[in-house]
Write a protein that binds this ligand. Structure first.
Ligand code: 0GY
Length: 305
């Protein structure tokens, strides 16, 4: 039986435009996913949504079309803690993809070593309630302590309103901590208001905390370019992302988020998402750090020594 997509599910953009912004040589798309294909890598029984298929071949074709060299593939919640599709994609990439897995405390040392050999360099802890069931923090801390000696890091996904409650946990993690999508700020609030200031404080006071400045299409209220013209696409997200890039240029990452799970209103043209980059990283130096130096240091450190 093929998987039935969640009603209203938007498929990824089949024919993305060629970006006008040329990314620097060696750029890394540091946040993207693979979904299945479901008949080869079945979706997890505990999933909260059933996506369309989005295979490794389709991801690698997008990488090439957009001018990127490498991918960091993040385990999507629809695959639960079954990392086979992720590991398969990393192994098939010829060293051009690394991964961020989801694991439970029951994982064995041997399974962790196998994930490492496939290219996994981090685990993701997800606190977005619509996506996952609750996992106790002591289990997450135990996992963090087990992956730290492998040189892996922790990626955290949460919504801005939950940061105060999660602060103590995040700041006690023993690894580098990478925050997905700037901690999902409410971009209708001021960029220098208390909510975003708390997020900036987290990065300022904790040198092990990094941020992805990804997902304008997910965070924006003003929306896509269709009505306003390309120059002002997702314009309400620009001050937030630009502030993080300019304040912490050595601890930021960027990714497409392809194939864009759970978008309700529009599916972005990935080429236009790339054209958004120079609005948030406005100089060649910032662009090189964001797209090449930082992801290489975190995911391919052996090539940067
Ligand atoms: C993202 C965002 C989302 C979903 C997931 O793993 C996932 O299911 O990450 C979301 O729905 O906000 O980063 O892809």
């Amino acid at each position: 039986m093929p998987f039935e997509k969640t009603p209203g599910w938007l498929d990824w953009y089949a024919d993305p435009s060629k970006p006008r912004f040329r990314v620097p040589a060696g750029s890394v798309d540091a946040h993207c996913h693979v979904f299945g294909p479901g008949d080869e890598f079945p979706f997890a029984p505990e999933r909260k949504y059933t996506p369309c298929d989005a295979s490794k071949h389709q991801l690698f074709a997008l990488r090439d079309r957009l001018g990127f060299s490498r991918n960091v593939i993040v385990q999507a919640t629809c695959h639960g803690a079954d990392n086979r599709a992720l590991a398969d994609a990393c192994l098939a990439s010829g060293g051009r993809a690394r991964g961020v897995a989801t694991v439970r405390r029951s994982i064995t040392d041997r399974e962790l070593a196998d994930l490492h050999a496939a290219g996994v360099r981090g685990v993701r802890f997800n606190f977005v309630k619509r996506l996952v069931d609750f996992t106790p923090k002591d289990e997450l801390m135990e996992i963090a302590q087990r992956i730290a000696p492998l040189g892996w890091h922790v990626v955290v996904y949460f919504e801005a309103a939950d940061l105060p409650e999660l602060w103590d946990f995040f700041t006690s993690l023993p690894t580098t901590v990478v925050v997905d999508h700037m901690g999902r700020p409410d971009v209708t609030k001021p960029v220098d208001g208390p909510e975003f200031e708390l997020f900036v404080k987290l990065i300022r006071e904790h040198p092990n905390v990094w941020s992805k400045v990804s997902c304008p299409e997910r965070l924006s209220v003003s929306g896509p370019p269709a009505l306003q013209g390309e120059q002002s696409a997702y314009r309400d997200v620009v001050p937030f992302a630009r502030r993080i890039v300019e304040t912490f240029p050595d601890r930021v990452l960027w990714g497409t988020d392809w194939p864009h799970p759970n978008l309700k209103n529009h599916m972005p043209d990935d080429g236009l998402l790339v054209d958004f980059i120079p609005h948030i990283a406005t100089t060649p130096d910032l662009q090189r750090k964001l797209l090449v130096d930082n992801p290489m240091r975190l995911y391919w450190p052996e090539e940067t020594r």
